[in-house]
Ligand binder design. Sequence first.
Ligand code: SF4
Ligand code: SF4
Length: 447
Amino acid sequence: MLGFSGTREWVYPQSIKGRFTTLRRWTFLALHLILFLTPWILVGGKPLLLIDIPARQVFFFGAIFTASDSFFLLLILLFAAFALFFFTSLWGRLWCGYACPQTVFLETWIRPLEIWIEGDRVQRKRRDQQAWSFDRIWRKAAKWAAFLAVSLLLGTAFVSFFVPARELWTGQSGNLAYSFVLIFTGLWYLDFTWFREQFCNFLCPYARFQSALTDDETLLIGYDPARGEPRAKGKAAAADGRCIECNKCVVVCPQGIDIRDGFQLECIQCARCIDACVSVMDKLGHRTLVEYTSMAEQSGRTVRRLRPRTVVYGGLLVALAAFGFTLASQRIPFEATVNRVPGTLFTVDPDGFIRNTFLVQITNNKPGEEPVDFQVVVEGIPGAEVIFQDVRLASTEARTLPLIVRVPPDQGIGRTTSLLVRVTTPDGEIVIPTTFKAGADVGSGID
Ligand code: SF4
Ligand code: SF4
């Protein structure tokens, strides 16, 4: 089947066991637990993590963030970017091999299913080269049906971070939610059945710029030509611990590359080739020729963990984390805005008082069952009469209420007088500046 380059060779990675394969399996299990359980865990009656796009709210570890907290989103994105820079400069493409959803899902679901239904590398390859037969058709049909089921499962799990999980999984969400489930199911299905390693090689932006984030001292997976060459089949090479050209590191590679050709952009550092070479060289009583290393180590230089780029990235990470935590700890869990009612700036009441009417919008972002009492205090004009009904709001409830400020005719204010509107709760207050309007200087005037 053709790929983007028009010359795609289908990759048939052989199954492999080993230390790194086991380590990756445990990592994948932990990541699956996070994926499937997080949307169901409630903190203060709200999901541990829910990104409610229509309501423009994010529930995160018991806190509720709204559009006015966009600055936190910027901080999180910056933190994620610098974390990627930091970890890539130290440990290369650890993300690709151990945590990228593409790798995690392919290794956890797709390859085991493929091997279970169609057999390991040799059987799969041989069957694909044969003419279509009943055996080939039912196996392909069963495999693609299984991939579709996995895609649907993963698509639903992903959308559970955007709509309440219980409603989604019990068929009670809206059409829009299920449309997105279908879109993600389709994308995963396309990836699992056809795209696979082409995603890393052609589409993934991280793969493209990771060479700018690494240097000679970054941890990579590499073949040691100093010990492995000249490679040869036969007893002499086996006795010396040289590469015996068993090709095992090549046939297990999901990217279809030969690690002995040197460091390559296509390599996702999955470490399958290490497990492959260990399984061969262990039996011969020698150290593996493919291992975690670096270009500096291979050329005999000392590897420094503290380098200018790791110090800068690490320092920025710590500074961003400290800044974010400080901001979060000072955050007040409600929003308030004050706007003048549309229409006239002021009115004169029958008793001669000058009246300004505002609309106060309050949103309670405090999680939990307990409602919160809100009071409004107006400062700036001594003797002004303030009419506002204190309000009690449940979590996530928003209300818009009139605020009337009346000033006696003999108060002595100008056309425009500054006001401060304080919206207070036991958790803190928000102070909003606004102005009181009068038609002409009243009394002595303060304009
Ligand atoms: S070369 Fe090795 S580490 Fe790189 S993708 Fe292939 S098997 Fe994984
Ligand atoms: S697994 Fe080791 S010995 Fe076998 S071909 Fe690869 S590098 Fe050579």
